[in-house]
Design a protein around this ligand. Structure first.
Ligand SMILES: *[C@@H]1O[C@H](CO)[C@@H](O)[C@H](O)[C@H]1NC(C)=O
Length: 300
């Protein structure tokens, strides 16, 4: 004989078990996140983005992308791919261009098998970071370097080079007309994020690496910034430098001007000079982003 109390306890226990086992519900979301991030390659979210919350996926016309006078958020569902001029077997998506007010371009290049890069225009320097796959970089002396995920190269203006993809590769590329200085030249650089030392960040908690030398010849740098969930920028920055940002991992809230944007891996931000900017990392995983910043030149 079972008492009514025992039956009640049993049915409550059963319904708890049912809720816990529901896949895709709010209750199980964190464990899915943990499982996925532990078994996937680095930066996999950039090329496999969550296009929109599931309840908005089939809503016609919905996008998180925003374009304003002093900033833009370009989310993966807005990428428009087309062949990159003179590259072979490569589709590209220009995400930040001077039409927005920037002095640089930022684009994604999706190289397929047997893809080959073309050179940037005359006097234009180039920075390339690999987010998926690998590519072989060869310079004019025929010296090759294999660029894997998380590795990068800086190519000075008018520097002959070529990239070839062996399988497929996804690159994020920055190009800018070099702001030359008398008696200074830049040199080719090949490196990877994990080989760069952590730098001091007085008054801040995030971790900072710079991918290019902090030296006068360079007119920009690329920062890699890491935030643990719950960490945020202490400074509410307003400055003359401009930024192009790619979220490589994680999610959080980016404030730009008077707008507050939920952002996640795969999202790109354009920040014009003097736009108020601030970030807080949320969720269960580290945020890592890659950030272009112009430096070392008189803005006049
Ligand atoms: C090509 O790269 C190698 C190795 O870094 C370097 O020694 C050589 O000078 C480079 N060639 C040119 C033309 O820059």
């Amino acid at each position: 004989m079972q008492s009514p109390q025992v039956l009640l306890v049993l049915s409550v226990t059963l319904s708890l078990v049912t809720i816990g086992a529901t896949d895709g519900g709010f209750c199980s979301a964190p464990s899915i996140l943990d499982r996925e991030t532990s078994s996937k390659p680095m930066y996999w979210k950039v090329t496999n983005p969550t296009l929109s919350p599931s309840h908005l996926q089939d809503l016609p016309g919905f996008t998180r992308s925003v374009y304003k006078r002093d900033h833009a958020l370009i989310t993966p569902e807005s990428h428009v791919l087309s062949p990159l001029p003179e590259w072979t077997n490569t589709l590209g998506a220009y995400l930040i261009t001077p039409a927005m007010g920037s002095h640089f371009v930022m684009y994604l290049a999706n190289m397929q098998e047997n893809a080959r890069s073309a050179l940037p225009p005359h006097d234009v320097e180039r920075f390339i970071f690999v987010v998926q796959g690998s590519a072989m970089l060869t310079n004019a002396s025929g010296v090759s370097s294999k660029l894997m995920v998380d590795s990068y190269t800086y190519l000075p203006p008018n520097f002959a080079h070529s990239l070839r993809a062996e399988g497929s590769a996804t690159l994020v590329v920055f190009e800018r007309r070099y702001a030359s200085l008398e008696n200074h030249i830049t040199e080719q650089i090949v490196g990877s994020t994990d080989k760069q030392p952590l730098l001091e960040t007085p008054g801040e908690v995030f971790q900072l690496r710079k991918l290019l030398p902090q030296a006068v010849p360079f007119d920009f740098n690329i920062h890699i910034m890491d935030f643990q969930p719950g960490e945020f920028l202490n400074v509410k920055e307003v400055h003359y430098n401009q930024h192009g940002l790619l979220l490589l991992e994680g999610q959080g809230i980016y404030r730009l001007g008077d707008s507050w944007y939920p952002v996640q891996a795969g999202d790109v931000l354009w920040m014009a000079p003097f736009v108020p900017q601030w970030y807080a990392a949320l969720g269960k995983t580290r945020t890592r982003y890659l950030l272009y910043k112009d430096v070392n030149r008189n803005p006049l």
